[in-house]
Design a protein. Structure first.
Length: 226
């Protein structure tokens, strides 16, 4: 899983103060006279420090405040804005916002804006203190003597997560577990049984990390029949 860092520059605007002389619009570092801008990017991590995407974190927007005044709201995964700014030292607050408007995390920083140019803030480290549930998805295929075979009537596949079984008709050839705790490792195994509950084939137990609000797909599991 790659680090969920979004590198689209965001130029934060500081609205011109009353009576200020003319400023200019800053767009990704364009030269100007009498104004400047600030760039920022961010990462999101779960409670264990593992990286998350915006979707995994349940985040849709990032709100930006300068000296206590909200200047814009941008999509979590992309977006850009630019406004005239006033040189000086300012407090910037970034808030990670959920689809219901709740604040997932808030990070404050201080930036000194020069008379002209673009100032880059340190990467904003959004972090979740709680983690939404995830799930595990698997597909399966059967073979015997090197040849692909079909499921027999009554065959089932058990997906066992931390000792709890979820049963699926073998003929479905796929299944997704009920919700499991996100942001932790789980012990997972799959077992093919027949109508009398006799074990036909079984995987080894494997450790699988389930990200927050994510259905982890382990791919196709091969069951070999004797």
């Amino acid at each position: 899983m790659t680090v969920a860092k979004f590198r689209n520059p965001l130029v934060l605007g500081l609205v011109a103060l009353a009576g200020a002389t003319s400023g200019c619009i800053i767009d990704n570092g364009s030269s100007c006279s009498g104004g400047s801008g600030v760039q920022a990017d961010w990462t999101i991590s779960d409670p264990t420090g593992a990286p998350l995407s915006c979707a995994q974190a349940g985040a849709v927007f990032v709100n930006f405040f300068v000296d206590g005044t909200q200047i814009d709201q941008v999509p979590c995964s992309s977006g850009a804005l630019s406004e005239a700014v006033i040189p000086g030292t300012h407090t910037v607050r970034a808030q990670l916002i959920a689809s219901n408007g709740a604040i997932i995390d808030s990070v404050d920083s201080t930036v000194t804006v020069p008379s002209c140019g673009v100032t880059t803030l340190p990467t904003i480290p959004f972090a979740l203190t709680t983690c939404s549930q995830g799930a595990i998805h698997a597909s399966w295929a059967l073979s015997q003597n090197g040849q692909s075979v079909s499921c027999a009537a009554g065959d089932q596949v058990l997906m066992t997560v931390d000792g709890a079984n979820a049963a699926f008709a073998c003929s479905d050839y796929q299944g997704t577990t009920p919700p499991v705790t996100g942001g932790v490792n789980h012990n997972l195994s799959l077992t093919l049984i027949d109508a009398s509950n006799a074990v036909l084939s079984q995987t080894q137990t494997m450790a699988l990390y389930v990200h927050c609000a994510t259905t982890e797909d382990i791919g196709t599991v091969p069951f070999t029949l004797q």
